[in-house]
Write a protein that binds this ligand. Structure first.
Ligand code: PHE
Length: 343
């Protein structure tokens, strides 16, 4: 029996495997009910009483070594399998990067940012105000007389049962707030969303965006305005751009004008964008009416100023040759994705 024990001990010590199946086979061969070691325990009953102690110890030792061996190999093989699996999940740093589509700015934001930065470069500061306005800031302070048909120029959305409160029809309202709260010199532009009760079509919408500008100081002249707007037109549409001012009317400016720029697509020769006139109308402008200055507590004998206002959609339509204004509001990804590279 001692020989059997020694033989099995040697086998246990020498056993090595890389496979779970082989290990399991080993465990069954040694330790299962019909295994070699279990069989020895059966034989133990017939051992001479004088040898029992020693034999018992050796037998227990064998069983312990075999159990330990199985445990050790099992945990090592499990750890190896786990490490191999983790290795498979580890990212391959040499692989080319995956394509992550990034969003893009809305074309109106792109154009607004460009307009803002053109004016910021010459000292204009951005100001913002509420979209729901009172009559004073949207109309009265801007010299729209009560019941005057000039109010009809801008079809207004009034807030129900509050005739004095409306969605602003232009961002000139922001400039009234600036004049009320700041002393000249004032140089500000107010970008923002405005609302007019108009039927939606390819050329008009009930929501659109404006950038309006205001410059007030001592001795500001029409020539200053013209020069500033020429600078703007050339920065926006290109160095060769020409401007043209046509007389117009706004309640808050006197004299007032509409400004056209020479068509940047055909260089003034005439094309379907400028409707073969060579000119495209882009904004209203004029010298701030003294009544407006006085309404905002600015001394109109000491100060003068100019104001201008343009629609961002209109500028964007010219620059990107967009034919339908509604595109800006539909959020069709096929349209928006075309501006991915614009900043
Ligand atoms: N507020 C005018 C509009 O919305 C634009 C404008 C601003 C015209 C300043 C002249 C001077 O149409």
């Amino acid at each position: 029996m001692i020989d059997k024990i020694n033989a099995l001990l040697a086998e246990v010590d020498g056993f090595e495997t890389q496979s779970m199946e082989e290990l399991e086979a080993f465990r069954i061969r040694m330790l299962a009910k019909k295994g070699a070691i279990t069989a020895l325990f059966q034989d133990f009953k017939s051992v001479e009483p004088s040898q029992r102690k020693e034999m018992g110890q050796r037998l227990n030792q064998l069983k312990q070594s075999a159990t330990q061996k199985v445990e050790q190999l099992k945990s090592r093989l499990e750890a190896e399998a786990a490490a191999q699996k983790a290795g498979k999940d580890k990212p391959d740093l040499g692989m080319p990067a995956g394509f992550n589509p990034i969003g893009s700015r809305h074309p109106l934001s792109v154009v607004r940012n460009r307009i803002n930065s053109i004016f910021e470069r010459i000292g204009f500061v951005i100001s913002e105000g509420p979209e729901v306005e009172d009559d004073w800031h949207n109309f009265s302070a801007l010299n729209f007389p009560e019941e005057h048909p000039a109010r009809d120029m801008q079809d207004t959305f009034f807030v129900e049962k509050q005739p004095d409160i409306a969605l602003r029809t232009h961002t000139s309202s922001v400039q009234v707030r600036v004049m009320e709260n700041q002393k000249p010199p004032i140089r500000t532009i107010s970008p923002g969303r405005v609302f007019r009760n108009e039927a939606i079509s390819a050329r008009a919408h009930c929501i659109f965006h404006q950038v309006e500008g205001l410059y007030i100081d001592e001795g500001v002249s029409f020539a200053d305005m013209k020069q500033t707007l020429l600078y703007f037109a050339r920065e926006m549409f290109g160095k060769e751009t020409q401007i043209r001012l046509r007389p117009s009317f706004f309640p808050f400016t006197e004299p007032s004008a509409e400004m056209d720029v020479s068509c940047s697509l055909c260089g003034g020769k005439g094309c379907n964008i400028c409707k073969y006139s060579g000119w495209i109308e882009i904004m209203g402008c004029g010298m701030v009416d003294p009544n407006v200055l006085e309404n905002c507590n600015i001394d109109s004998n000491k100060y003068s100023g100019y104001a201008f206002g343009m629609g961002i959609e209109r500028i964007a339509m010219i620059i990107y040759q967009i034919k339908d204004l509604r595109m800006f509001f539909e959020n069709d990804l096929r349209f928006l994705r075309q501006f991915t590279s614009a900043i």
